[in-house]
Design a protein around this ligand. Structure first.
Ligand code: EPZ
Length: 418
């Protein structure tokens, strides 16, 4: 099982370029099921979750051509509109094929996702939204079985709580539904906006993506197109924190700075120097000890829950006490025990972590529990005194393309040991 060996204490310098967004590529790939024409997607990050989604599309009957960084999907015939358990259990985002398959073929059989390290993460809101479009839903043998033999009908869909992939799932169903659909309390993430852009390039009629009310006029069919996925704002945020935690002087490029405004505002409050470094790039410098700074995770444009673990690693070294509130997932503090083994002082009370800053972290053997927790441990290892061994790095490979190579090119002493 792969590990990372990290020797801490090297300030990162130079430039790191960000790749395509995993959380935009996943719904974009699912959207290819909505047409029999070829769809070419560019800047697809070659990470494990993308591989799983590609397997799902092939299982459903689509043909894929994968070149360097781009994928062309031809979903001419979808003989098996289903997502089997052995694939869904490795990636919850598999539920993203539910909406497209029902809309395109009139039926879908998608395994219920199993448990997840960071929380229960049910898909009840996805299912309820599709029922509002007229899908008949049954649950049996651990699968959601959806049918719409006479097609879907546009409707007013209200989400009891904001859900990113729930919004994406029902949006992809609505584009082929008859009539108008209004999605109320929709997620506003950039990845939702990117999906709407792709759908409109395929001939859909979507308005309001990026706001909490999305309006869709259904069309009879969609056609092929080409689309470049937006940059990964979470990868960008992770590298900005890497520059700060190592007290380096690092440029992070190839992304949309306003997609990480909540993070950069907090980093500045903590005393990190962040400046524009040309189009789509930020320069991060941190020389002195940082100030304790509280965060509360929220849906976009609030502070991203996917950056909470990485921010916690940074703030363990700040002067003073910081309060971190996690409002999105019920169990997203598993990195705290591992950070504590490296010398951090953190107390978890329900959905709040209280971090009392220390002057240094020390290297240790630690175990990754989920994708963003593993990034947090790598960041801590970059600054800890001595050697850190991060085990189970297959978690990090789910969402970061060769993170150790990108960090090493900026000076980090990190290597993957098989
Ligand atoms: C997306 O997950 C992201 N994944 C997650 O990124 C991200 O953490 C999350 O949004 C929040 O921003 C992808 O886009 C592929 P939600 P998603 O539905 O859509 C509850 C990463 O690290 N909920 O917005 O699954 C849910 O349990 C991953 O890249 C229901 O109760 O998250 C959670 O508490 C991790 N019922 C809250 O809503 C539902 O039917 C928000 O979840 C759906 C969600």
């Amino acid at each position: 099982m792969d590990k990372f060996r990290i020797q801490g204490g090297v300030p990162l310098e130079g430039e790191i370029a960000v790749g395509g967004a995993k959380n935009s590529a996943l719904p974009a790939l699912a959207a290819c099921l909505l047409t029999s024409d070829p769809v070419t997607l560019r800047r697809i990050p070659p990470v494990r979750d993308i591989g799983t989604m590609q397997q799902l599309l092939q299982h459903a009957g689509a043909d894929l051509e994968v070149a360097d960084g781009s994928v062309t999907v031809r979903a001419a015939r979808l003989d098996h509109p289903e997502a089997p358990y052995d694939l869904v259990k490795t990636m919850r985002a598999s539920s993203l094929v539910l909406g497209p398959l029902v809309a395109r073929t009139g039926r879908a059989r998608v395994s219920m996702p199993g448990g997840c390290a960071i929380g229960a993460r049910p898909i009840n809101l996805h299912v309820a939204a599709l029922e509002q479009l007229g899908a008949e839903i049954q649950h049996s043998h651990g699968y959601v079985e959806a049918r719409a033999p006479h097609g879907l009908k546009g409707a007013l869909v209200h989400f009891d709580r904001i859900t990113v992939t729930g919004t994406e799932d029902v949006l992809m169903a609505a584009v082929l539904a008859e009539g108008e659909t209004v999605i109320h309390n929709a997620a506003r993430e950039p990845e939702v906006q990117d999906l709407a852009l792709l759908l409109n390039k395929m001939g859909a009629c979507v308005e309001g993506a990026g706001t909490s009310t999305i309006r869709v006029q259904g069309v009879a069919a969609l056609h092929g197109t080409e689309h470049t996925i937006i940059a990964d704002r979470i990868e960008a945020g992770t590298f900005l924190i890497a520059g700060a935690i190592t007290r380096g002087d690092l440029v992070v490029s190839g992304f949309v700075p306003e997609h990480v405004y909540a993070l950069t505002a907090k980093l500045r409050q903590a005393g990190v120097d962040i400046t524009a470094a040309g189009e789509g790039a930020l320069r991060v410098r941190a020389a002195s000890r940082l100030r304790a700074t509280d965060i509360t995770t929220e849906e976009f444009p609030g502070f991203a829950t996917d950056l909470q673990a990485q921010y916690m690693a940074l703030i363990t070294l700040a002067e003073g006490i910081s309060f971190i509130s996690e409002t999105i997932f019920e169990n997203r503090f598993m990195h705290t025990q591992e950070l504590a083994r490296m010398g951090a002082t953190i107390r978890v009370e329900g959905r709040q972590a209280i971090v009392a800053g220390v002057t240094e972290l020390t290297g240790a053997q630690v175990i990754a529990s989920d994708l963003r927790a593993s990034a947090s441990l790598v960041l801590a290892g970059l600054v800890a005194h001595g050697e850190t061994l991060v085990d189970r790095v297959y978690h990090i490979d789910r969402g970061y393309e060769k993170i150790e190579e990108k960090l090493a090119r900026a000076g980090a002493r990190i290597e993957r040991i098989i």
